[in-house]
Design a protein around this ligand. Structure first.
Ligand code: GUN
Length: 291
């Protein structure tokens, strides 16, 4: 069993980006600039946005964090997005999800300029992804593809089972894995809450990608010997032994599943850091598109 070290790969990608940014500055080109909108005080969202802003600082990007109370109205938020769209110094914009219930995620995503949509959530970018056209790929799915590419994992013709059909991870990664690309070219089964015989599907998989946020839901009896397991789960579970009172749990029962795998991502330190590296790559692309 080999661990897929997303943290190390993310550090490598970020150091490569840092060099490119230094070269951009030497060449008189603009520093990439990422804006992040954070609404409310969700603990997970604060952590993720904090990591994104810190990564910008590490690699030489400008960043702007726009924070709003969860009482902000939808109209006010859409107005803020309009201002970011109109600000020519800002190359990329992310609005951290989830948003409060009174705000339409669809309206927020559709109001983001597709050319600044470094999360790859806008219908224009999703449509271009489906057609294999140049676009911003969503960060977590692209991070998964980069792990598979870096570790030279053979995906062509393999049975890939994706568990979870979210707009952010499950659905787009199922598309990327089935495209005629490398990595890709897998035979993909997308399982979800209405799937019958989940275990039967998963047992058939050479590559399992779980993105449900249900701790320990992928158990050893569901995994065939030699499978590649990608665990996208990062659920906070109470843990009195930790100073912040919780630990992050993946979807996979790591202790019992990992001995059966050829490769597996740990949580933390697997897919999570790669999400940030992918976002940083998209932001560099957004800035370069304007050169
Ligand atoms: N919430 C969970 N994942 C993501 C992500 O990739 N981008 C944003 N904006 N919000 C998220």
């Amino acid at each position: 069993m080999q661990l897929l070290d997303g943290k190390a790969l993310s550090d490598l990608i970020k150091s490569q980006i840092k060099e490119k940014v230094s070269q951009r500055v030497i060449d008189g080109k603009k520093q990439p600039h990422l804006a992040a909108i954070l609404v409310g005080n969700d603990g997970g969202s604060e952590t993720y946005v904090g990591s994104k802003i810190r990564s910008c600082e590490e690699i030489g990007y400008k960043s702007t964090l726009l924070r709003f109370e969860d009482t902000i109205t939808e109209a006010e938020l859409l107005d803020q997005i309009k201002k970011v769209n109109a600000n020519s110094d800002i190359d990329g914009l992310i609005v951290q999800l989830p948003l409060p219930k009174h705000i339409s995620v669809e309206k927020v995503i559709e109001s983001t300029d597709p050319e600044k949509d470094v999360d790859g959530f806008h219908p224009v970018n999703i449509g271009r992804m489906v057609q294999g056209l140049p676009c911003f790929l969503p960060a977590t799915p692209n991070g998964i593809m980069k792990i598979l590419e870096h570790y030279k994992i053979d995906t062509a013709g393999k049975e890939c089972v994706v568990i979870g059909r979210s707009d952010i991870v499950g659905t787009p990664v199922s598309i990327l894995m089935s495209r005629n690309t490398n990595p890709g070219n897998a035979t993909v089964t997308l399982c979800h809450s209405k799937t019958k015989n989940l275990k039967e599907h998963v047992l058939n998989a050479d590559i399992i990608i779980s993105a449900t946020g249900k701790p320990n839901s992928v158990t050893a009896d569901m995994v065939k010997d030699g499978a590649v397991v990608i665990d996208v789960g990062t659920t906070r579970v109470p843990d009195a032994s930790k100073k912040n009172g919780f630990r992050l749990s993946g979807d996979v029962d790591f202790v019992n599943v990992s001995p059966k795998c050829s490769y597996i991502t740990p949580v933390p330190g697997g897919v999570g850091p790669m999400t940030i590296a992918s976002l940083m790559l998209n932001t560099l692309q957004a800035a370069s598109n304007k050169d």
